[in-house]
Design a protein around this ligand. Structure first.
Ligand code: AMP
Ligand code: MN
Ligand code: MN
Ligand code: MN
Length: 282
């Protein structure tokens, strides 16, 4: 497969992105991308529509998912790339996570009502429109209701850890998340590693555990990293023998600072994640 302009971490309306899977593929094609992975939070629901559009547009689509997980009190996001969507263990795991999301949304709704947000749960569910419900959907509703000018400001006031609407998710243990992805023939990638605000020592410890559990790659280049973060993570991946991935974490045009595929290329001398992909198509 010829990967040159690639983006292996993007979201659609199947979770908290604002573009439909089809429109997203169209935008990716317009941006000149060759290969993208759709990686919605805890769901593969968007992949059918995305694949249809990708085939029409002539862009390569990798089946992906971003699994919510936890390790040592940290919430971690594990991207699964090249997964087979009909995998039973994967789909059972994701269904469980979505059920946890629904429960958490109810609890968040109760807390936010107490903080003065009328119809918080119903409003957020309206934005989620039956798909995987996230904190972003609460942010969209509350920005619409005038609680803050932007989603970012809204998170800072209401939805970040320690704020009035925050409820810790009951996510998959790290080994479960990795296991589901591997069972589905996919490659397990630790997403946006610099976002966890861990010391280098802690991150190293996590990555050793991740590798022992079957984790294979690091999203060293991320749209949510600084250039220095990217360099640091490339160095760490090299030292630990992890393969590399890159992703914008695009959620839609509302966040103009994160563009589709606007990422520096992966260093050619290092192994990319698809080297670990056992079921890779020709
Ligand atoms: P959840 O998995 O339901 O806890 O929601 C996490 C999602 O919220 C992330 O994937 C981001 O899309 C979004 N998010 C998290 N923190 C922020 C923030 N500070 N500003 C804007 N969006 C955020
Ligand atoms: Mn998100
Ligand atoms: Mn994430
Ligand atoms: Mn993401």
């Amino acid at each position: 497969m010829g990967f040159s302009l690639n983006d292996f971490h993007i979201h659609s309306t199947a979770s908290d992105g604002t573009l439909s899977p089809g429109t997203l593929m169209l935008r990716a094609g317009e941006a000149g991308l060759r290969c993208v992975a759709l990686t919605d939070h805890d769901t593969t629901q968007g992949l059918v529509e995305a694949r249809e559009a990708a085939e029409q547009i002539g862009i390569e689509l990798v089946n992906g998912v971003e699994v919510s997980s936890q390790w040592n009190g940290h919430t971690l996001h594990i991207v699964g790339l090249g997964i087979q969507c009909d995998s039973e263990p994967l789909q059972q795991g994701l269904a469980h996570l979505r059920a946890c999301r629904d429960q958490r949304a109810l609890e968040m709704g109760r807390l936010l009502e107490r903080a003065g947000v009328v119809d918080a749960y119903q409003g957020a569910m309206g934005f989620a429109s039956g798909q995987s419900v996230t904190r972003t959907h609460f942010a969209l509703y509350m920005v619409q209701q005038g609680f803050a000018p932007t989603a970012r400001a809204l998170f800072q006031r209401y939805l970040a850890a320690g704020k009035p609407g925050y409820v810790q998710g009951q996510w998959a243990e790290l080994d479960q998340a990795v296991g589901w992805i591997r069972a589905a023939g996919g490659v397990a990638v630790l997403a946006h590693p610099a976002r966890y605000k861990m010391t280098q020592a802690k991150l190293r410890k996590l990555l050793r555990v991740f590798q022992d559990q079957g984790g294979q790659a690091l999203e060293a280049i991320s749209g949510s990293h600084s250039p220095l973060d990217n360099q640091t993570m490339l160095g760490l991946a090299h030292q630990l023998g992890l393969s590399l991935s890159q992703g914008s974490d695009y959620h839609g045009p509302e966040n103009p600072w994160i563009g589709l595929g606007r990422l520096p290329p992966l260093p050619q001398q290092e192994p990319p994640w698809w080297r670990c992909w056992p079921t890779r198509p020709d």
